[in-house]
Design a protein around this ligand. Structure first.
Ligand SMILES: Cc1ncc(C[n+]2csc(CCOP(=O)(O)OP(=O)(O)O)c2C)c(N)n1
Ligand SMILES: [Mg+2]
Length: 520
């Protein structure tokens, strides 16, 4: 058996049965083996950032890693930004990077580069498979490493001769280590802190924002009087009717400070202490209020859900969680703006939807407008590297073909990885994209001012031009049509509502280009 076959068979046996890829010459044996190992689904992406973002979205929904197949250092580098988002989300991803044959390396052929230097940036585990005899074992080790709590990106380099040489054997899947037992001391300490009369906050991240964690947290807070908040950018948060509501820490420092004002204790459950996204002159980086103490109930390597449940049983035995009611907003009419955009989303959101949020400045009204919509999961850009929305939505749709996916996609961010639309069309992915067109990098107009460079309105023409996308004006619907996706342009709230309803009712991907004037 050749190395590529053993690798693929081992991946499948270890539960990795989807590979998002953009292959090249060094990966041809792997591609060839797709027909020999039909349990592996290959999904072609036309840019590596699409493949890596899709693998992230896939694993956020399944809890299982997908593989991504990338072409040497340049291919891995092209996929880096979305691997970075995956790393910050603690998403398990198995990156297989094809490389030159071992004996070819010393000739410094054109594609030779420092793969490890690129991979280390995002990978918690890195290995070069040295021979076809090792590759099965290496693949099983890679999958197990990716799933090591709380989950990580791993990189396995596959030299072309390892891929094509005989003598390989598939390896048995590694048995995953059992979840860590609940740290009872941490539970005791959190119980004491929450029972004290001082204002306390339970800060949720990781699995803490999935439904079981939220239910336990809600019981804890209902009984102790503590507040709960979620991390600024959760990897995945359960929301809507029947789920405990959870506000998130605000993105803007001033707003976050207001939320956290007066808190004396922050109890962390799968979250990290709150920090400002960027440094701003005269503003703090550390958002823990002066004099407040921070207690770790469970870090990401521990079983956050079981720990929250143990704490709930300790301090809130018999208490019920507080759940959001079903009360979606009315369908809006008239002018399309960030408020009516949000209302249109909340009014039409189908049951059990997956929402991928890369709406940037147009997200302002979305949390409130969807808080009492039908139950859904919300995925955010954990690492702040834009170009994640469309790929992540593709991956979520591949992971959960029976669930509607809504991609809330700001225009500037869309243009990093718009090739995802073609893969959505080809894979018949049930993704409805609202392409929110404000013809600007609107948020940077605000940031220009917030970092102290001066009010955007007073910036010079050369600077303003760097934040403007209106000349020439971009026809996103035409691009989508060109990539095989049914697309329309809307400019009123009524049209948006009607097109959303149509898109959800029809199979396959749809893009609705919505003209939403910039807030800034
Ligand atoms: C990989 C990467 N490149 C660049 C940036 C910087 N950046 C942050 S937001 C932004 C523009 C976003 O514009 P758009 O998606 O249209 O959203 P809007 O601000 O208009 O709502 C840019 C360029 C980034 N965060 N990540
Ligand atoms: Mg924009």
């Amino acid at each position: 058996m050749i190395g590529a076959r053993a690798l693929m068979q081992t991946l499948v046996d270890s539960g990795v049965d989807t590979c998002f890829m953009n292959p090249g010459t060094s990966e041809m044996h792997f591609v060839h083996e797709l027909d020999a190992v039909p349990q592996m689904r290959g999904v072609l992406a036309l840019f590596e950032g699409v493949a890596t973002g899709a693998a992230d979205g896939y694993a956020r929904m399944t809890g299982r890693p997908a593989a991504v197949l990338l072409h040497l250092g340049p291919g891995l580098g092209n996929g880096l930004a979305n691997l970075h988002n995956a790393r910050r989300a603690h998403t398990p991803v198995v990156a297989i990077v094809g490389a030159h044959a071992t004996y070819h390396e010393r000739y410094d052929a054109p594609l030779q580069s420092d793969i490890e230097g690129v991979a280390r940036n995002v990978s918690g585990w890195y290995r070069v498979s040295a021979s076809s005899r090792d590759v099965g074992r290496d693949a099983a080790a890679a999958v197990a490493a990716s799933r090591q709590p709380p989950g990580q990106v791993v990189t396995l380099v596959l030299p072309a001769d390892v891929s094509w040489s005989e003598g390989a054997v598939p390896a048995r899947p590694r048995v995953l280590p059992p979840a860590q037992p609940v740290d009872n001391e941490a539970v005791d300490q959190a119980a004491a802190v929450l029972a004290s009369p001082e204002p306390a906050l339970l800060l949720l991240g990781g699995a803490g924002t999935h439904e079981p964690g939220l239910r336990a947290a809600s019981r804890i807070c209902a009984t102790t009087g503590a507040r709960m908040l979620g991390e600024v950018f959760p990897a995945r948060q359960a929301r809507g009717a029947g789920v405990p509501p959870l506000e998130r820490v605000a993105y803007l420092v001033e707003a976050a400070q207001k939320q956290l004002q007066g808190v004396r204790h922050i109890v962390l459950a799968g979250a990290r202490p709150p920090v400002s996204f960027f440094a701003y002159p005269g503003q703090p980086s550390d958002l823990v209020p002066d004099g407040a103490s921070v207690h770790t109930l469970a870090d990401g390597t521990e079983d956050v859900t079981a720990t929250l449940e143990a704490l709930a049983d300790r301090v809130a035995a018999g208490a019920a969680p507080q759940l959001a009611q079903l009360a979606p907003p009315a369908a809006p009419t008239g002018t399309l703006d960030v408020t009516t955009l949000a209302a249109a989303v909340g009014a039409t959101l189908p049951e059990n939807a997956i929402v991928v949020d890369e709406a940037q400045t147009s997200s302002l009204g979305l949390p409130a407008a969807t808080a009492n919509a039908a139950r859904h999961d919300w995925i955010t850009e954990t690492g702040g590297a834009i170009g994640q929305g469309l790929p992540c939505a593709l991956g979520a749709a591949v992971a959960a073909p029976d669930r509607p996916v809504l991609c809330l996609q700001a225009d500037g961010s869309a243009l990093y990885t718009l090739q995802a639309l073609w893969t959505m069309a080809r894979e018949r992915a049930n993704v409805t994209t609202i392409l929110i067109r404000n013809d600007a990098y609107a948020i940077l107009r605000l940031e220009l001012q917030r970092v102290g460079a001066g009010p955007a309105g007073e910036a010079g023409a050369a600077a303003k031009r760097m934040l403007d996308l209106s000349d020439p004006s971009i026809n996103h619907a035409a691009i989508a049509e060109g990539l095989g996706v049914d697309a329309v342009r809307v400019s009123t709230a009524d049209e948006l509502v009607a097109e959303l309803r149509r898109a959800y009712a029809e199979p396959g991907p749809h893009l609705i280009e919505a003209a939403v004037p910039s807030l800034l």
